[in-house]
Design a protein around this ligand. Structure first.
Ligand code: FE2
Length: 376
């Protein structure tokens, strides 16, 4: 089975009222940003970039900014009780608060989206320092998650006004992560179409691939998923909602532990998944494993591939094919205490889809983990 990748007609998409350059950064609210930063350096090879906190004049929070090629991660922790950040962590655990999008005009982005029904969370504001200005604005999306629009064409500093360069001696090497390929949101029962419509109407996105629950289900697990993409394809947001299964699905488990909708996984691209995953595993990143039998039949399903099967099988890397090529992918176990947020590592060899052919094997692997957690 391969996923159709046809772009469905969306009248909004022809008028690019919201040109987007790509993901600017992803910000996680965490209870201990200092330790989280160490983890993302050590385990995932992110490089230290910038810092803001008490030493830069902030009183209520501190943030570490890490970078790997085009991926910027911001880790933010509260410094006092009863803060908005603290309440977010209390409710959701560590998780993604901000999916920031790089734009040429943050003021216009705010106006265009709020005119179309987005709820604003940050009026356009200009931040300045000796390196220039950044304009930013923000809107709410699913759950407590927000989008910030970041305009940085007049800025030459390391990250943003208010941040200073962060240059610790400890800098483990990168693992070859390049850019964010897609970010997936889990939303509540019957809410998928609400958020699909939000991205279509408010942000001018089009729908790429459509699954239904008959496509993606095991005995226990079922979900529905639609993929929304902006005009130039640099931003792709699949949206999942749970579907009726015999027992609790992984999306339901997420919604229970996150206490609502939120970002389920961040998929990051590499040019060499074998090298990247070898490095990640040696640095302690844990991945979901499918049974060895997966590799006995996978080539019958996906046909010829450039890579040797042996290292893929040894590392647990999955393969899928669509009309345009194939892809290699693997999913980490949750990277936070609650069974919520995880990463996907993906290498595309022509395929533009998301690995639907692997869902069956993956869901069974996830169910084994759920069984161990007593949440199935
Ligand atoms: Fe994915």
């Amino acid at each position: 089975m391969t996923a159709s990748n046809a772009v469905l007609t969306n009248p909004q998409a022809t008028t690019d009222f919201l040109p987007l350059n790509g993901t600017d950064f992803v910000e996680l609210y965490v209870s201990n940003a200092k330790q989280a930063a160490h983890y993302f350096q050590t385990a995932f090879g992110f490089q230290p970039l910038a810092f803001a906190g008490l030493e830069t004049g902030l009183r209520d929070r501190e943030s570490y900014v890490l970078v790997q090629d085009k991926i910027r991660l911001v880790l933010t922790a509260p410094l006092f009780k009863d803060s908005e950040i603290g309440r977010h962590i209390d409710r959701h655990g560590d998780g993604v608060k901000v999916v920031a999008i790089w734009v040429d005009d943050a003021t216009k982005s705010f106006e265009e989206t709020t005119q179309r029904g987005a709820k604003g969370c940050l009026q356009p504001e200009t931040l300045s320092d000796e390196h220039g200005t950044v304009v930013r604005s923000g809107i709410h999306t699913y759950g407590d998650t927000i989008h910030l629009f970041i305009e940085r064409k007049n800025y030459t500093g390391v990250f943003m006004p208010g941040f200073k360069p962060w240059t610790p001696k400890y800098q483990p090497p990168v693992v070859g992560l390049k850019y964010i390929d897609h970010m997936v949101g889990n939303v509540g029962w019957n809410e998928m179409n609400t958020w699909v419509n939000f991205y279509a109407e408010v942000m001018g996105f089009s729908q790429l691939v459509s699954f239904d629950d008959k496509d993606i289900s095991t005995d226990y697990t079922a979900l529905m998923s639609k993929v929304m993409s902006n005009g130039n394809g640099r931003i792709k947001f699949p949206i999942n909602e749970p579907a009726e299964g015999k027992k609790k699905s992984q999306v339901e488990e997420y919604l229970d532990f996150y206490d609502g909708a939120g970002v389920q996984h961040i998929a990051v691209a590499t040019d060499n998944i074998i090298e990247t995953v070898t490095a990640l595993q040696s640095r302690g990143v844990e991945f979901l494993r499918v049974p060895a039998t997966y590799y006995e039949t996978v080539l019958d399903r996906v046909g010829q591939i450039d890579e040797d099967l042996a290292p893929l099988s040894e590392l647990g890397i999955l393969i899928d094919r669509d009309d345009e090529g194939y892809l290699l992918q693997i999913f980490t176990k949750p990277i936070v205490s609650r069974p919520t947020l995880f990463f996907e590592i993906i290498q595309r060899k022509g395929a533009k889809s998301f690995g639907k052919g692997n869902f069956q094997a993956l869901f069974e692997a996830i169910e084994r983990e759920q069984m161990l957690r007593g949440t199935l």
